[in-house]
Design a protein around this ligand. Structure first.
Ligand SMILES: Nc1ncnc2c1ncn2[C@@H]1O[C@H](COP(=O)(O)OP(=O)(O)OP(=O)(O)O)[C@@H](O)[C@H]1O
Ligand SMILES: [Zn+2]
Length: 303
C-alpha cells in the first residue's frame, strides 16, 4: 500500500558549529521529536546523531533526511564530494563529509544545503507571494547569509555565497579593534559576530548596557550588509536570526541605518514603512534552518 505523502515522516538536522539539532517530523506537521547535541569532533557528534535517529525509529520509517549545515560545505548534489565541509577553523571538521556521516547509520535519501539556505527556504514559505527572493542572515558565532527564490532557483555557482566575510567600512567608534576573523581579521564577521562583540568590548552579549557604542557600531555593520544585499541581489525581504539578534533593539536601528546608507537611491527600499517589511525577524516557530531542512528533502524527493 502506498503511504499517504502527507503522513510521511522525515528527518531534519541543523548542523551547527555549537550544536546539532536533530528532529523527526515534516515541513507541514513540524517536529514530533527533537534533540540538541553539542558539537564536538565529528565522530563523537555523529555517534549521538545516530543514537537519536535509532531511538526515534519508534515514530516510524523516514522518507529521507534533510540537512542544513554550517559552512563552507559542498552543496552541489552533482559534486563527487557533496556534503564535505571545506575550509574551517573548527577542529576536526575540515574535509569531513556530513552526508557520509549520516550514510554510516541510515540508507534513506539525503539532501543537504547550508543552514542559512534552508532557513531562507523556511522563511520564504511563510512570507507570502509578495516575497520572490529572500535573504536569511544569521548573526551568531559567525555571520552567514542564505538565499531562497520562489522560482526554486539557486544563488551561487561553483560554491555557495559567503557574505559574512564581505569587507565593510569600519566604524570610527570601533577604534583600532583588529577584528576576529581567523582568515580576514576585520571582515563583517570579524567585526560584528558574537565573539567579536565579546572581544572588542568585553561585553556579556546578553547584558549590553543601554548606553554603549556596541549598538551604533553593530547596527551600522549590519546595515552595510543590508545595503550590499539590496544593491546586488535585491531581496524582497532580509530576515535576521541568530544569537546576537535576540537583541531586538537592533532591528529598528538596522532599518534606520540602511535607509540612511541607501540615501533614497533604491526605490522600494526608500521609505521607513517599506523597510518594516523588508528587514524582519524570523516568522518560523521552530528554528528556520530545521524546518527548511524538511522542505529541502521533501522538495528533492518530489523532483
Ligand atoms: N541574548 C543574546 N544577546 C546577544 N548575543 C547573544 C545572545 N545569546 C547568544 N548570543 C551570542 O550569539 C552567539 C551564538 O549564536 P547562535 O546561538 O546563533 O549560535 P551559532 O553558533 O550561530 O549556532 P550554531 O550552533 O549554528 O553554530 C554567541 O557569540 C553568543 O555570545
Ligand atoms: Zn572573514
Amino acid at each position: 500500500m502506498e503511504r499517504n505523502q502527507d503522513m510521511t515522516l522525515f528527518g531534519a538536522i541543523e548542523a551547527g558549529g555549537t550544536k546539532f539539532v536533530c528532529a523527526v517530523g515534516s515541513a507541514g506537521r513540524g517536529s514530533l521529536r527533537t534533540a540538541t547535541i553539542p558539537t564536538r569532533d565529528p565522530q563523537a557528534t555523529f555517534a549521538d546523531v545516530a543514537a537519536f535517529f535509532a531511538e526515534a525509529a519508534d515514530l516510524g520509517p523516514l522518507g529521507g533526511i534533510g540537512v542544513g549545515s554550517f559552512g563552507p560545505v559542498r552543496i552541489d548534489p552533482e559534486a563527487s564530494d557533496y556534503g564535505r565541509i571545506l575550509r574551517t577553523p573548527k577542529p576536526g571538521w575540515e574535509g569531513f563529509n556530513i552526508l557520509e556521516g549520516i550514510r554510516a547509520f541510515s540508507g534513506v535519501p539525503l539532501a543537504l544545503d547550508t543552514d542559512v539556505n534552508t532557513a531562507a527556504l523556511a522563511e520564504l514559505a511563510l512570507a507570502g507571494p509578495a516575497v520572490r527572493q529572500l535573504a536569511y542572515v544569521t548573526v551568531g558565532t559567525g555571520i552567514g547569509v542564505g538565499f531562497a527564490r520562489a522560482d526554486g532557483g539557486l544563488t551561487g555557482g561553483f560554491a555557495h555565497p559567503e557574505m559574512g566575510h564581505i569587507l565593510v567600512r569600519r566604524h570610527p567608534l570601533h577604534g583600532d579593534f583588529a577584528g576576529n576573523c581567523p582568515f580576514h581579521g576585520d571582515c563583517l564577521e570579524g567585526l560584528a559576530a558574537g565573539p567579536a562583540l565579546i572581544r572588542a568590548w568585553g561585553l556579556t552579549p546578553s547584558h549590553i548596557p543601554e548606553e554603549h557604542p556596541f549598538w551604533e557600531t553593530e547596527a551600522d555593520y549590519l546595515a552595510q550588509l543590508c545595503m550590499t544585499l539590496f544593491l546586488t541581489c535585491v531581496p524582497d525581504r532580509i530576515v535576521f536570526g541568530g544569537g546576537v539578534m535576540k537583541q531586538e533593539r537592533l532591528f529598528p536601528m538596522i532599518r534606520a541605518r540602511t535607509l540612511e546608507l541607501l540615501a533614497g537611491y533604491l526605490q522600494g527600499a526608500d521609505e521607513a514603512a517599506a523597510m518594516e517589511a523588508r528587514i524582519t525577524a524570523p516568522l518560523s516557530s521552530e528554528p528556520p534552518g530545521l524546518i527548511g531542512a524538511y522542505q529541502l528533502i521533501e522538495r528533492r524527493l518530489r523532483t
